[in-house]
Design a protein around this ligand. Structure first.
Ligand code: FS2
Ligand code: SF4
Length: 540
């Protein structure tokens, strides 16, 4: 196996024996083949000039397939094998209807069983692209597409689609098979991926806010009540909605974990009196926190940490693109309806959660809420009460090097405000950082995709302050990344013209030295140093 798609990749060069994430060789190879089958479909669509509005099944299953391969989303060999078969059927159907000449092997290969899949996978993985710069750029596009697919998939679940995004996903996938593209053309494709990343995040923002309202300032309880309960993790708000509907009147409470925390900020979910609060911290702490939670856990997406103990594994359920062998998986029916009764029945038989902390955290500072506070924010900047904003969006992870972000937040001057989104927030969202004239010093916009909100806020401030360039604002970017959704967030920011983004705790292992050089020279991308040096640099 070879995988270097996330920040925790072994030695920052690649996992070759087993993933640091827990992904085994069979899962890694099947995921490679699943991506390869998507590339084959894309080749047929692009070369055959297929109308994407007429192939919704293919569009939706390509999103699902890309999502399945995101770090920590799906570890289930059987589920991935079944998805490869499904994609080969879709591919063959498209090929029959759209005979295009001169197709790549990805569009024509055949395998019939697991052994054949693993044999095929050995020759089509990441390392099959020999030139390291081409490989780096192709993978940068693929990882951006994975993040884009995840966001587009959530929007789709709410009934919102954008055919231009599908067209670009096919273009991007097919381009990674094209040996005729120059490095410059691949760099342009990377930026175009960022452009469609903005479109995907805008689509999801529209979907979420049209269905669930605009996030608003909300205190979220982090303690517990004395009822049996279900913990819901991941990012999919439609799963949460269905779970809350089905738990009404059952005596079972619902708590969020990790990236599901921002659901509390949406007005829609406030009507459910069994939607109690958030339990625990970010994804990598789950093995410690699921024990005392006592009840069942539902993963709607990543990030799953392979559960060691059987007692926790027995309580874990997955749905959507997520999967883990031995855990119950809840499928949607043809109308998208899911039956969570097995999880609710299990909850009723288990004890209430054990309290691991008390108090509350505040969030809900997405674009609409911040615009409502715009006068106050602008006055604070003009008076000098706020000297600088720090965008610290992104991901958290288990490596000790991420203590940097806690220390950075603690040591920032008191006249600065942190703008955050994604699970990176758990490194500092429970610190007593205070407020500036009533404006909290940590403004949480929501999930990682709500980094879009932070970009919208920056563009609004540029307009209010009548600036030419978004980089003239007193905003610094110190972003933490882990998986591929952070890749699309980064590419989206680059597309929007944001310069001098610092990315940590390490620069991606999939960037070749030459590609890293392009990002440094063109966009001022940099890594992180010591907390003291970085704060001095940012405040200068
Ligand atoms: Fe955090 Fe994991 Fe949000 Fe990422 S919970 S690293 O998937 O998408 O961020
Ligand atoms: Fe390694 Fe990350 Fe790939 Fe898992 S997702 S195998 S940790 S690079």
């Amino acid at each position: 196996m070879f995988c270097y798609q996330c920040q925790e990749t072994a030695k920052n060069t690649g996992c070759t024996v087993k993933g640091v994430c827990g992904k085994n060789e069979v899962v890694a190879k099947l995921q490679d083949l699943l991506i390869y089958s998507c590339k084959g479909i894309a080749e047929i669509v692009v070369k055959g000039k297929v109308d994407v509005t007429a192939i919704s099944d293919a569009n939706h299953e390509v999103l699902n397939s890309l999502f399945i391969t995101i770090t920590n989303a799906n570890f289930d060999e059987d589920a991935i094998e079944a998805q490869i078969k499904k994609m080969m059927n879709i591919r063959n159907g498209l090929k029959n209807q759209n005979p295009a000449v001169d197709l790549h092997d990805a569009a024509t290969f055949t395998v019939s069983d697991r052994d054949g899949m693993l044999e095929k996978a050995a020759s089509i993985g990441v390392l099959s692209t020999e030139n390291e710069d081409v490989r780096s750029l192709r993978e940068l596009v693929i990882y951006g597409l994975k993040g884009m697919a995840a966001y587009t998939h959530h929007a789709l679940n709410i009934g919102k689609e954008n055919d231009d995004i599908y067209s670009f996903i096919y273009e991007g996938l097919a381009s990674t098979l094209n040996d005729g593209l120059s490095v410059d053309e691949l760099v342009a494709l990377v930026l175009k991926t960022g452009e469609y990343g903005v479109a995907a995040m805008a689509l999801l923002d529209e979907a979420n806010t049209s269905k669930y309202g605009n996030p608003e300032i909300t205190q979220v309880d982090i303690g517990v009540r004395n009822n049996p309960a279900i913990l819901i993790s991941g990012h999919d708000l439609t799963d949460l909605e269905q779970l809350l509907e089905q738990t009404q009147g059952t005596g079972v409470d619902v708590y969020t974990h990790s990236e599901m925390l921002p659901a509390h900020y949406y007005p829609f979910f406030k009507k459910y009196d069994n939607f109690v609060g958030n339990y625990g911290g970010s994804w990598w702490r789950q093995l410690d926190e699921f024990g005392p939670f006592n009840g069942p856990i539902l993963f709607t997406t990543n990030c799953i940490v392979p559960p060691r103990k059987d007692d926790i594994r027995d309580r874990i359920f997955t749905t959507g693109s997520a999967g883990f062998p031995g855990c119950g998986h809840i499928e949607a029916d043809e109308n998208g309806k899911k039956d969570f009764s097995a999880i609710i029945d299990m909850a009723k038989q288990l004890p209430a959660p054990t309290e691991i902390e008390t108090g509350s955290i505040v969030g809900g500072f997405a674009h609409n809420q911040v615009f409502a506070l715009a006068d106050k924010v602008v006055d604070a900047v003009k008076s000098g009460d706020i000297k600088k904003f720090f965008v610290m969006a992104g991901c958290d992870g288990r490596m000790r090097s991420r203590e940097y972000y806690t220390e950075f937040a603690e040591k920032l001057p008191k006249d600065t405000v942190i703008l955050t989104a994604g699970c990176a927030k758990y490194r500092y969202n429970k610190l007593p950082l205070g407020d500036i004239g009533g404006i909290p010093r940590v403004l949480d916009a929501g999930q990682c995709n709500d980094s879009y909100s932070l970009a919208v806020i920056a563009l609004k401030l540029k307009e209010i302050f009548e600036l030419e360039d978004v980089n003239e604002l007193p905003i610094a970017y110190n972003i933490a990344w882990y998986e591929q959704k952070a890749v699309i967030v980064l590419l989206a920011l680059l597309y929007l013209g944001v310069k001098n983004i610092h990315l940590g705790p390490t620069l991606p292992g999939f960037l070749s030295p030459n590609v890293a050089k392009v990002l440094v020279e063109t966009f001022g991308i940099a890594g992180i140093g010591t907390v003291e040096d970085d704060i001095e640099l940012f405040m200068a």
